[in-house]
Unconditional design. Structure first.
Length: 211
């Protein structure tokens, strides 16, 4: 997977040099390659063909905007978000974000919406193909090494009582909840010995390494 992406990157840079020596924006190409690695290893999906002039995928554009946006949000991150996540229901918190008088907060909202919509579409497409008997995709998911396919495969093979709902497979709510509780218990960073002893975290890591 990573080797294929590296070869595409090499080819793209070589193509730019076919007409002679010129300056190459290495950071631009490395950023595109890094996002493509995240897409393929995490979701089993290609967001960027890594060719000159390719139209950026909305997911990639959102990822690039995330760092520049959050770097200007120290006050919101330090004071608003820790308080907001403890108040009311998700629907109420969304209402607060929608009406909060800050362009930066709404920009982060839009970025997260793009990520959520994209990952949900990818997940639902794979799930639909499996239900409709797409043997090629079923084999692809069974052999794939990306995290989404690994989780889907493990969930399909799990017993009825252990099987997770789609929301938990996609968002890993159990894992997130376990980490959040541990952070609250330790008032911040989780010591290494306690981190590796988290049962669901340990199970996810072991299953990922096994596959």
């Amino acid at each position: 997977m990573f080797n294929d992406i590296a070869k595409k990157l090499e080819k793209a840079i070589k193509n730019k040099l076919t007409h002679g020596t010129q300056e190459i924006d290495v950071l631009h190409w490395m950023s595109r390659a890094a996002l493509e690695m995240i897409g393929q290893s995490g979701l089993g999906y290609s967001f960027d063909p890594l060719v000159e002039g390719a139209k950026p995928h909305p997911f990639s554009e959102a990822a690039k905007a995330f760092t520049s946006t959050t770097s200007k949000m120290s006050l919101e991150i330090q004071f608003l978000l820790p308080a907001l996540v403890k108040i009311g229901s998700p629907k109420f918190r969304r209402w607060v974000v929608d009406h909060f008088p800050s362009k930066r907060v709404r920009a982060i909202r839009d970025i997260i919406d793009i990520w959520d919509r994209t990952t949900t579409e990818i997940f639902e497409a794979k799930k639909k193909a499996l239900k409709e008997g797409d043997e090629a995709l079923a084999h692809q998911i069974g052999q794939a090494k990306d995290l989404m396919s690994i989780l889907m495969k493990a969930n399909i093979e799990a017993s009825e009582e252990d099987r997770l709902p789609d929301k938990e497979v996609l968002g890993q709510e159990r894992l997130r909840s376990e980490v959040i509780k541990a952070r609250k218990f330790h008032n911040g960073d989780i010591p290494y010995d306690d981190l590796v002893s988290l049962p669901f975290m340990d199970a996810v890591c072991r299953e990922t390494l096994r596959l």
